[in-house]
Design a protein around this ligand. Structure first.
Ligand SMILES: [Mg+2]
Length: 217
């Protein structure tokens, strides 16, 4: 049995990516009425990082960030009702499998806790399989590195494996001395993730389950 802490990314790793329709522009437009903000991809960024970049590109003041983050949180309730998100194939099975190895399933995400919980519930992922108290949330963090360092500082001796779909997941993991396992269910391919320091890249959580198990043993 293993005492590994597995820290899962959410978008593109547990959930199909890109289903969240223009959350930043909607949030900013509610804070500053009359503005129109163009949405762009923020894969791998924290909520604060993505929102700040949207404010910058729209020529708006970064001081608006707390209000924008609050609107993002408020809107995450829609994941539960009108537009349920889709879990990627094999997610609940993979979480059960990892737990059966004696490892702990937790999250390392750029989302706030509210957004993370609502996304997982909306996608039908069994939230009982997640150790929320051992999870790390970077909704307010400037970058993902801040969050991976928090994980390292809290569990200095423990083997920690970050599972994610973007080079930013890999860079942040390695920067803090955490292992990075890449999965190509987001926007990036195996070369991108290996280049970002992945010790293993799997195609998805169904075909890659055995390799994932071996990597955690
Ligand atoms: Mg992701």
């Amino acid at each position: 049995m293993t005492n590994v802490l597995v820290l899962w990314d959410i978008d593109g790793t547990l959930l199909a990516a890109g289903q969240d329709n223009a959350p930043h522009s909607r949030a900013i437009e509610e804070v500053v009425s009359g503005t129109e903000v163009e949405e762009f991809a923020t894969d791998g960024m924290t909520d604060a990082q993505g929102a700040t970049l949207h404010l910058d590109r729209a020529g708006l003041d970064e001081d608006l960030l707390p209000a924008v983050l609050e609107r993002l949180d408020i809107h995450s309730h829609v994941y539960l009702t009108s537009g349920p998100l889709t879990a990627l194939p094999g997610v609940n099975e993979a979480l059960n499998f990892v737990a059966s190895l004696g490892a702990t399933n937790a999250l390392l995400t750029g989302n706030t806790p509210a957004r993370a919980i609502n996304k997982l519930r909306g996608a039908g992922i069994d939230t009982e399989l997640i150790a929320w108290e051992d999870s790390f949330f970077g909704g307010n963090a400037k970058s993902r590195e801040v969050v991976t360092h928090r994980a390292r500082d809290r569990f200095p001796e423990r083997r920690i494996v970050v599972i994610g779909d973007t080079p930013l997941d890999g860079q942040a993991a390695n920067e803090a001395g955490l292992d990075f396992l890449g999965v190509t269910t987001g926007l990036y391919g195996a070369e991108d993730l290996t280049g970002a320091g992945a010790f293993l890249v799997i195609e998805d959580l169904v075909s890659g389950l055995d390799e994932l198990g071996e990597a955690l043993s």
